[in-house]
Write a protein that binds this ligand. Sequence first.
Ligand code: NAD
Ligand code: UGA
Length: 434
Amino acid sequence: MKATIIGTGYVGLTTGVCLAELGHQIICVDNNVEKIEKLKDGISPIFEPGIEELIKKNLTAGRLTFATEIAQAINEAEIIFICVNTPPKQDGRAELKYVEKVARDIAESINGDYKVIVDKSTVPVKTAEKVAETILRYSKTGAKIDVISNPEFLKEGTAIDDTMNPDRIIIGVDSKAAEEKILELYRPLIEKSGAPIKIVSVRSAELIKHGANAFLATKISFANLMAQICEQAGADVIEVLQAIGMDERIGNQFLNPGIGFGGSCFPKDIAAFKKTMEILGIDNSLIKAVEEINQNAWQHFVQKIEKELWVLDGKVIGVLGLAFKPNTDDIRNSPAIKIIEKLAGDGANIKVYDPQAMANAQKTLTNITYCQTVNEAIKDSEALLICTEWDEFKNLNLADILKMMATPIIFDGRNIFDQKTARELGFKYFGIGR
Ligand code: NAD
Ligand code: UGA
């Protein structure tokens, strides 16, 4: 089938590349000319394991093409995906101007053939109705469309695998014709992966996405709350949460306490969901508490550092990790950045290393030293912070770290080290919730 993807970021590019890999004819559109030029040369503008190989393979096979204009790309396609960004507005609401712009651009160029418009961007409930209204209002050719919702659940760092082996595919559709088309597109993926497909109403699909992210964020904040309780009570949060998670109804995933959740998704999506609840007249205090606990997670970490190191001015602090999680170069809303900004603001001399995210950080974070190797960041530091749980850090040898540091103090924001070993070796070790 022929499909067009509008917005070639983490979601759009992954979707486009995977649909091409499954045999479809895909055009990916983005108004960022630089991005599209790179992609035409087979270069991925984002760091995502496995994506560049698939871009190159499908470009060569002629199944994947790139364009900068929506007008060049929509009339050949039967299905058009909207995958543009929906960032937070000042008041937490989702900014929908990019979605609206795409709807208007589609309206301007669309011919009279029936097309399915798929909203894959994360949006508040009832957005699809607005997209349909916009296209019909501005189309001069009597557009024949259905707008459906197909929320995306991929995670950065495992985007290709999440897309090729999804837990479920959610289709929010209120028309039989659109349902048949989208099922035809997804058939190769369903057959290959065996993923269950759930057909629901458009409004339900939109709420499934915000609800799922709110639930996952709640789980993480619950873990961080338990960490605080364990610290005060003298228990070990790892033991406590592992045992709690052994109940199949609860499960162990997304119960890792740390320095808080970040990224471009959870913070913005729960803020938007909170706003939706407010608009619907529903008490949103649960979500507010999730946000507060999350804010407290990195601030509490900083307080521990301040308490132990006393005067920060001039202290050499090694920081391992900038990305909001491992296997990505993404630093949006990364708690690591907030922690570094606070400590550097208090005069600490920060030396940082991250395997992928340093180029992005260098654009905004300038008053710190970027190290070429992990050892360079550790060497001569008076305290070492673990902010992202990259495998490279997990595999470090504590005895080697001890030899390199000026004073052996570790603040392990992701609980990657065995605290008993660290303490036996002579470290002053501060984990999370233990
Ligand atoms: P992104 O910022 O990486 O990419 C969005 C792309 O859209 C950009 O390349 C931008 O140039 C392009 N764009 C914006 N307006 C355009 C226009 N008028 N015409 C053509 N291109 C345009 O965003 P993303 O991370 O891919 O997220 C996209 C959506 O998917 C968001 O709603 C997000 O919440 C949701 N989502 C993201 C993830 C994730 O892990 N990143 C996962 C699930 C859902
Ligand atoms: C998240 C969801 O997991 C995806 O399903 C969803 O599609 C995406 O948001 C989205 O809607 O855009 P992502 O933001 O890529 O994906 O990353 P996660 O792996 O969910 O991690 C988010 C944050 O939570 C990270 O900062 C991570 O360190 C933190 N986290 C995660 C914890 O602190 N503890 C955990 O147990 C799990």
